[in-house]
Design a protein around this ligand. Sequence first.
Ligand code: HEC
Length: 142
Amino acid sequence: MQRFEKTGCTTCHSGPAFNGVTAFPAALGVFRKFPTFTDSAYVKKYGLVADEGRYEATKRPEDRHMWRVPTLRNLGETAPYFHNGAVKTLDEAVRVMAKTQLNEDLGADEVHDIVAFLGALDGTFPKQAMPRLPPTPGNLLD
Ligand code: HEC
């Protein structure tokens, strides 16, 4: 957790769900530019600028490459990562984020620590009973 914070991930991934939303009403969430540092090899490798993000919906120039800061809960169950699903593992997603958002090259132990912290944010979903409609009264075929 300390590594996650020291690296600067909480600049964007703050609050109870790590999605930047720290106050209600949550409304649309928080949008941030991604990738911020576009000269990284990851940008080309994973095609991170092909989709222009929020701009594609609003056509406002300031929305180019703006993406909603996603929650970091239950990441163990939601691979692949990013808007285009181009990154298959959490280790790689952490390296990509550090490089493209903070211009940091993380060492193996730093990636390991952050991934361990993210793993602690996985939980078990509560069992949900399927809702059922009450039977239709009478016999509709008569
Ligand atoms: C400048 C803001 C910013 C910073 C700093 C930042 N992120 Fe992100 N993060 C985002 C945005 C925006 C996205 C969504 C990108 C997308 O949709 O493609 C994202 C996506 C992610 C994802 C993928 C989630 C998913 O469900 O696909 C992970 C994992 C992640 N960030 C972890 C981190 C870690 C770890 C750090 C620190 C090394 C970090 N982020 C730093 C803004 C940021």
